[in-house]
Design a protein around this ligand. Structure first.
Ligand code: 5GP
Length: 212
């Protein structure tokens, strides 16, 4: 059975990283897509785990070779999702979480219309977003200002997403996120092979009972 492609977007500082960690720990059969980026590695980030860190020429080569499901230039750096890795995980039956910006999210929705589940994580207010971004202390003052400026434009894109989760309290928001992912697995089209097997077993028993 093929897994579901789950797009999760929010402005920088929206808290999606923490939320996604919670979901990965509580929902089985789900994998995180490790993106490629040309951004500098932050303290504590591991190559291959948080991102695959590559140079701009390496990134451009991957664009030329059509290796990305989507890619975008975000806050001054390139970020992209590996097409082959995503397909491999989905074909293994795993749900795949893409933690990507709104430009990338719109590209994926266009490429696989109706097939991806898109979720927008909305911070409870601008002030909370600013406080979260400032307190994590990972950006330079210029980069912080750029991310806050970009946030308003990003937030306007929320109507294009299937779901909106307000991240006011982390555990409550993580539960909402997990419940969306689990509910989506129950759609008829997403479990058609299993359903057919079950229906087939009823038909067999009917034939046995009527002696056909
Ligand atoms: P950060 O530099 O804070 O890790 O990420 C900046 C933004 O880039 C975030 O909104 C993050 O979700 C987004 N991002 C991370 N990976 C990808 C990706 O593969 N593609 C796109 N389009 N955006 C990404």
């Amino acid at each position: 059975m093929k897994g579901n492609l789950i797009i999760i977007s929010s402005p920088s500082g929206g808290g999606k990283g923490t939320l996604i960690r919670e979901v990965l720990a509580s929902v089985p059969e789900i994998e995180y897509s490790v993106s490629y980026t040309t951004r500098e590695r932050r303290f504590g980030e591991e190559d291959g785990k948080h991102y695959n860190f590559i140079s701009v020429p390496e990134f451009r080569d991957k664009i030329d070779e059509n290796e990305f499901l989507e890619y975008a230039h975000v806050h001054g750096n390139f970020y992209g999702t590996s097409l082959i890795e995503t397909e491999r995980k989905l074909n293994d039956g795993q749900d795949v979480i893409l933690e990507i910006d709104v430009q990338g999210a719109l590209q994926v929705m266009k490429k696989v219309p109706g097939a991806a589940i898109s979720i927008f994580i909305l911070p409870p207010s601008f002030d909370v977003l600013k406080a979260r971004l400032t307190s994590r202390n990972t950006e330079s003052p210029e980069d912080l200002a750029l991310r806050l400026r970009n946030a308003s434009g990003e937030i306007e894109q929320y109507p294009k997403f299937d779901f909106v989760v307000v991240n006011d309290e982390i555990f409550s928001a993580a539960r909402k996120l997990a419940s969306i992912i689990i509910s989506e697995r129950q759609r008829e089209v997403r479990q058609i092979d299993r359903i057919k097997g079950i229906i087939g077993s009823f038909e067999q028993s009917k034939q046995m009972n009527t002696g056909e």
